[in-house]
Ligand binder design. Sequence first.
Ligand SMILES: CC(C)(COP(=O)(O)OP(=O)(O)OC[C@H]1O[C@@H](n2cnc3c(N)ncnc32)[C@H](O)[C@@H]1OP(=O)(O)O)[C@@H](O)C(=O)NCCC(=O)NCCS
Length: 195
Amino acid sequence: MSDTKYYAHETAVIDSNCNIGKDTKIWHFSHIMSNCSIGESCNIGQNVVVSPEVKLGKNVKVQNNVSIYTGVICEDDVFLGPSMVFTNVINPRSAVNRRGQYAVTIVKKGASIGANATIICGNNIGEYALIGAGAVVTKTIKPYALIVGNPAKQIGWVSEFGHRLNFDDNQKAICPESNQEYILNLEENIVKRIK
Ligand SMILES: CC(C)(COP(=O)(O)OP(=O)(O)OC[C@H]1O[C@@H](n2cnc3c(N)ncnc32)[C@H](O)[C@@H]1OP(=O)(O)O)[C@@H](O)C(=O)NCCC(=O)NCCS
């Protein structure tokens, strides 16, 4: 079932029934569990676990020491920083079996999660949001939001290229790298790209 045009280091373990896209690389000591779907051109670093049924889009970059638990979905172009942590049970108890009751967490297209950040399950991360190193995310995150701290708070907005957006009096901002243009809707407190 897997596309053979991906690369897996000889120490990686890939269980049955996985779909792995071409040009994806899976590095040392990583474990891809059954029924996963991993898109094209992904990079799965060292010591990464991808739990059963997980879906990763195209060009997802997973740094070392990340476990992506069942219930997590990462869309295209998501970046998961080193040792960041997902969760999938809100109230874990060793003696209570909650298998099959995993919360769903969607990391939307282009979002980045910094090193050592923790995502409390069920809180989706919006498109192109940037989560700072060490943040503990306890709420749903808006597209283009820049988030830091524990509990995580929004401190600004960022462009698709990861630069801070400074809005002028007309609520417009331009990314200094891409020249893409953004607008802040003050009423709804949301950002959209307009060019
Ligand atoms: C969140 C981040 C993008 C902010 O960068 P920035 O826009 O340059 O922000 P600044 O350094 O100007 O900091 C702005 C404020 O936020 C604070 N801050 C920045 N990053 C923070 C973080 N991760 N956690 C808590 N506070 C943070 C700063 O202390 C500063 O506070 P102050 O205004 O009270 O002085 C960056 O600090 C970060 O964490 N990047 C992720 C790095 C990472 O994990 N990379 C993984 C791949 S190696």
